[in-house]
Ligand binder design. Sequence first.
Ligand SMILES: Cc1cc2nc3c(=O)[nH]c(=O)nc-3n(C[C@H](O)[C@H](O)[C@H](O)COP(=O)(O)O)c2cc1C
Length: 147
Amino acid sequence: MNCIKPITNLSDIYRPFNIGATTLVSTSSDGKTDVMAAAWACALNYDMVSVVIDSTHYSRPLIERGKYFALQLPLAQIADKVMYLGSVSKNDDPEKLEKSGAEFFTVPGFEDLPLVKGCGVWVIFERVPEQHVEKAYDLFIGKAVRV
Ligand SMILES: Cc1cc2nc3c(=O)[nH]c(=O)nc-3n(C[C@H](O)[C@H](O)[C@H](O)COP(=O)(O)O)c2cc1C
């Protein structure tokens, strides 16, 4: 069996590079919270990450205005909740989080940030504001502040 296939389109070059697992992104600002799935997340250096959050998502103004966000690596057991959090927008359903079936918890000092039970990794990041890349590429950078 030949598993090696050429990349024929420039728009497909992400395939060998975006090999990371799907993450869950928790955001919070002005008393509002959200959690969404994000596969476009990766380490930037030893303690920093980048994550892409589309401008149409409810999570977007929350990450733009909030000081912190969390990235989590969900386990297979909560795959159905991940798919719900990644296919329903809080723009359409304000009760998205409640209806997702996911269970949430918080940690001291970050009580506004809903962390998801059933993950293997939780890291809280402080957003590093980079207005140009945020606007041009929907890309947000964070520096780890709590594991
Ligand atoms: C597996 C998976 C990966 C996703 N990755 C991303 C991503 O990296 N960036 C993004 O902006 N949206 C991504 N999405 C889509 C958002 O998670 C989805 O649109 C979500 O409903 C947005 O929720 P919100 O509007 O409440 O913020 C992904 C969805 C799934 C199912």
